[in-house]
Design a protein around this ligand. Structure first.
Ligand SMILES: *Cc1c(COP(=O)(O)O)cnc(C)c1O
Length: 309
């Protein structure tokens, strides 16, 4: 599938030239995972990669997964199904709202069958009971958890550090469910460390969650990683004028629009810590641009026939 759909892997690495960082003696490289594919950006591709292999090996022709109405993971799963010739079912939290928002209508245009779960049932979506009900309704499927974070996802994300040829000391990564950081941290070399920036309020449980994901994938906690919980800007999908200003200013300076739910909070944390002198002069930091919030445009032909995988 990789060659057939033109994935850009390894993703590009570019230096971020910014006098505010240079003043602190810090060098920052951007790992542009957002450029991997317009419809399968960044960590979502890395997380799906080995799940698609597993689904095929296990003989499934359908992927079922969960997400909120704006979930990047739902959208990426729809695209992966389209390009990889899987039927896809997206179980959306809450009631249906018509017309569909651009994110869900994109998923539907990529062939995803949408189904809705009320918020109470959605909370127990991982229970055997709810899964059984879904099997009764949809038949056989390969189950991807919400956000796509499972063993295969972590193994896929662990491939990122080996793509970095430049020397680096510290890596910054936004954290939602923690699957991406769990993998990346496991792929670090001795002497390197990762700082995860949770984009949700009350994300302290993620420490255990990330440890659990690493244990699932590799048998134990791996790599030198920490979480910094002070940069969520009020919680998941919450924004403030400070964050908005940071995004606009960054775009003016660097011609890159940062995804506001994840990437902008991570980059803001990096700038803040650098300004506070948290890094010794000479430190090289990699910031992972895990994705973008731009929806694929119609140029990407959502209704084009699926190429053979
Ligand atoms: C989904 C997503 C994340 C969060 O990844 P997790 O593995 O859930 O922590 C980070 N950045 C972007 C752009 C995303 O879409």
């Amino acid at each position: 599938m990789s060659s057939a759909i033109g994935l850009r892997v390894p993703s590009p690495v570019v230096e971020l030239a910014d006098e505010r960082l240079a003043a602190g003696g810090v060098r920052v490289l951007l790992k542009r995972d957002d450029l991997i594919h317009p419809e399968l950006p960044g960590n979502k591709w890395r997380k799906l990669k080995y799940n698609l292999v597993a689904a095929r090996e296990q003989g499934h022709d359908t992927l079922l997964t969960f997400g909120g109405a704006y979930s990047n993971h739902l959208r990426a799963t729809a695209a992966a199904g389209h390009y990889g010739s899987f039927r896809t079912i997206g179980v959306v939290r809450g009631e249906q709202h018509l017309p569909l928002n651009p994110s869900l209508s994109y998923a539907e245009a990529r062939g995803m069958q949408l189904s809705y779960l009320d918020r109470t049932t959605y909370r127990s979506k991982a229970s055997a009971e709810v899964i059984e009900t879904l099997h009764q309704e949809f038949g056989d499927f390969y189950l991807l958890p919400e956000g796509g974070s499972n063993r295969e996802a972590v193994i896929g994300c662990a491939e990122l550090p080996a793509e970095l040829e430049d020397h680096f000391d510290v890596l910054f990564c936004a954290v939602g469910t923690g699957g991406t950081l769990a993998g990346i941290a496991a792929g670090l070399s001795p002497g390197q460390r990762a700082i995860g920036i949770p984009v949700i309020k009350g994300g302290e449980y993620l420490e255990q969650e990330i440890t659990n994901l690493q244990t699932l994938a590799f048998g134990s906690r791996r790599g030198n990683w920490t979480l910094n919980h002070a940069h969520h800007f009020g919680g998941y999908a919450k924004r403030t004028p400070t964050l908005d200003h940071f995004i606009t200013d960054f775009e003016t300076r660097h011609h890159l629009r940062l995804d506001w739910v994840y990437v902008a909070k991570m980059m803001h944390a990096l700038y803040t810590q650098a300004a506070q002198g948290a890094f010794a002069p000479g430190t090289t930091i990699v910031a992972v641009i895990t994705g973008s919030d731009e929806l694929p445009t119609s140029e990407n032909e959502p209704n084009a026939p699926s190429p053979k995988a």
